[in-house]
Each structure stands twice: as C-alpha cells, then as structure tokens.
Design a protein around this ligand. Sequence first.
Ligand code: SIN
Length: 549
Amino acid sequence: MQEPERISVDYAVVGAGVAGLRAAIELARGGRVLVLAKGNFGESATAVAQGGIAAALSDEDEISLHEQDTIRAGDGLCNPQAVHVLVEEGPQYIQELIGWGTQFDRTGTKLAFTREGAHSRSRILHAHGDSTGWEISRALIAKAATIDEIEMRPQSFTIEIESSEAGGVGLRFLNERSGRVARVECRAALLATGGLGQMYPETTNPFSATGDGMAVGFRAGAALSDMEFIQFHPTALAAPKAPPFLLSEALRGEGGVLRNAMLERFMPHYHEGAELAPRDVVSRAIVSEMKRTRSTYVYLDLTGLNEEYVKKRFPRIYSTCLTYGIDITADMIPVRPAAHYAMGGLKTDLAGRTTLAGIYAAGEVAATGVHGANRLASNSLLEGLVFGARAGKAMIEDSPASHGARKQGARGHKPGTKQNHPHSTSHTSDGPAPGSSSHPAHGPDEKPEPTLDKIREILGIHVGILRERKELTQAIQQLDAVEMTAPHRPERRAWEIYNMWALARVVARSALAREESRGSHYRSDFPYHDDEKFACHSVVTREGPVRFE
Ligand code: SIN
C-alpha cells in the first residue's frame, strides 16, 4: 500500500471562500499556509453570492444603525459583542478589499448602495450589478496569489481531523487529482467550508455546500451551536425544469413586489416592512399564501421597474431567467422559499476558536452568535471577511510562527502563476464567470443517490419552515433508520452524504429541543418566544443531548 503524502506547514485553511481566503492572507504573516479547496478555486458559496455586502459606509448611515438592524433581525439571540465587532470592523476590511482591487459598483466616483430587507438604510455594496461575491472572490484569490507563503490546492477534500504527533493538528484529505489520501500537519487549522444547504431538497447553495467543516469538527469532538436556525431565502426561482436559482433580495430592495397566485400583493398585510420585512417573516408569509391559494409558488413582480435599469442592475439574474423562458422585466416570476443559510455551526469565540484546541472556524461554518436566530441580508460576506481576518490573527497569536517564517511586511510578492493563481483576474478565468451559476440540490452528474434523496425528503417534509413536535420526532426516527456508516473508502461523495446525514440529525434534534418560535425557527405548537427558557443558544456535542446555554 502507498504511504500517504505527508505535508508540513504552519497553518492549514480548509475552504476558499471569503473567510478562508481572508484568513490565509492574514496567516501568511505568521508562516507557511496551505489552503485546501474541495473544488476549484472560485467555486465557493462566496463566488455565487449576488446581493452584496453590508457596511455603514454611506454619508447617511451610522455604525450604530447597522448594529441595531442586525440585532433586531436576530430576534433576541444575537451575541451583542459579535455584532459590535462585525459592524465596527467591517468598514475597514471593506476599504482594504477595495485597496486590493475589488471593484464595487459606483455612481460617478461614489460607492453605490442599495437597500435590502430589514435594513433601515441603503448600505449594501454590490459589484457587476448582481455578482458581488464573484468580484470579492476574484480579488481575494488574486491577492493571495501574490503571496509566496500561501499554497492553494484545489480538488482536495478534507475527510477528518487527526491528532498530530508533533503536538499540533493533523488533517487527512483526499487529493482528487491523484486519487490518494494525504496528511497535513500544522500548528493550527481553520475550517471555512461554508454551509449545508445541499441537505435540503431545494437550496440556493452551490453543490459544494454539504456541511463538511461542521461535520468534520463535530466528529472530532467540537461543539455545534444553534443548528436549528436554518434561513430560507424567500425568493428562489420556482419555474418548471429550472433550479432554485436565487433571486436576490435586492430585487425587492429596488421596488419588486410579491403577489400571490391571484396576483394580489400580500406582504403589507403581514408586516409593516412589506417586501422588506425580515426574511423569516417573508418566507412564512409566502408559505401561508401558497397554502391559502393552493399554489406551489407566488410571484415576484418587477414589471413596475424601469426595464433598462433592471437589465443593467441585475444582468446575471436577467440572463439566467431568460434561459428558462422568463423575461424578468415583463413576466411574473414564480418563486418560493429555498434553504439558504445556516445561522448555526461550530461554536466559536470572537476570534474563531472552536471548543477543540488548534481548530478554528470562520464564516458560515461557524456560530459566533453574530446572526442570532435570523441573519440580516448581506451580513454573510461581511462576517466571512471580518471573522476570517480575526481568526487568522488569533491563530498566529495562539501558536507563534516558526523561526523560518517571514515577519510582517516581509512578504514575497510574485506574479500569478497557473499553479498558485488558479482564478485569474479576468472574467474569462477558469473560475465561474458572473452569471454562470445556478444551484439545484442535485449534482451535475445526476447519478441516483437514494440515501441523499431520503435525507432531503425527510428534512423537506418535517424540518422546513414550519415545524412541530410530531413531525420533528418522525424526522429523527427516520434519519436514525437511514442505513449509514462511515465510508470505508476515501470517496468524496460518500463522505459528503455521510456529513449531511450527521448534520441533518443534529438540526432535527436541535429543532425538537427548542420549544418556542424565534427567527427562522418556527414551531406551530409553540408559536411564541419563551425568553425564560430559550433566550440562549443550543449546544450539541458528539455525545450527549442538546443543551441550552
Ligand atoms: C441576496 O442577494 O438576496 C442574498 C444575499 C444574502 O443572503 O445576504
């Protein structure tokens, strides 16, 4: 049998979205950094984020207002310190991104801001109209490629965390190019693998969102927190044969309205914020209207907006919908909610430290408490940026760099090479270009996957937007009955499904334990807040019941 390839670096980063890349850039100040991405660089959830990145940068805005809006959307469960860090430090990191070449849209020379649900000001920066994440990803990859200390390995799927003989951390990963398992030894590792939307039957998330970082950390003994809080984006495309492609909240921010199957506008009857109410409110209102009108969708109506403006402001959404026969400037767009974002994840402090020594987490994979029970629109890219940088700093402080590492300011800069610069700065790079992505839950090869189909069916029926005890108990029983053992072979898809199954059980158990309604977690049998018992976070470890602290 072949010996596994052995790699020794100072720091490892798993995942190459905004959190992982920003952390890697920081970590390069402290030593050699290996970034493992399971797909190609530029295929992360970051790269397909449309709407934008929120920050109090406009003359009409204030940091305290962004803070208030975030806390209000979080429905009593935000960690106020985490929110403060996010809104206070966000602007400086965005300025840094601009300095690294990120091209946000401008009106003349001034940054252009749009508005999204539950924001009291227009504070969402966007790029190429509706390809904000792609632009941020492009700029970060280009920046990382200029730093000698960073090595980026695509098609490297992390399977497990292992203890390290040298006293640090070991990671076992599958090199899909060679088909061989490899092992990396490092002082500390950051998990930045994003979310888990692929375990639901309909999701706006990319194929890669299979919860790997959460599952790998959980198996190694780290605590997961707030896993019952799954955000459903209200407006995913619901056209026949089309994937649940995201129709950005910014469409409503620019004046789009929701209508039921009878073409009646309904949101003003549900919330004073109408179409710009918090996402959980809009998603539940849509479900109610679908039920009331016996329809499987409602409509997003952009016909009142200027046609040329819509095409220019949302080029990617316009062209994607056109491929499914929908002209968004003239037609009613059928939409319904789809799984979009996990507020919970690996429990961390404000520096990304998980409950496991040497293991850090940042971005969607982490639960800092910054989003509470419901994330405010366009706070996710910001979270990745701010907490990715903070985790990088903490990793260096907690495990000082080796003697051979370069000191701050002494970075080697090099031109982008094919190996180290896998996503060039032009739109014709080998990463997906803006406008090219859509995300049905199924992978591109469409091989039958009965176990995963079963998991998705269980979650879709019993652990969706509306929940209750009987349904959740059934979900847990049915998930426990799924025949599943840790894969014997290092095969990526088998491990992804195993990861999703493990997390589906945690989500269902956490949802059953929280006997109240709050933010994205709605229990029809407990329709109100119960602050006495549940104004706190759920925590689950490998062994033991769900507890609240
Ligand atoms: C959107 O564009 O609506 C998604 C942005 C987000 O999830 O914050």
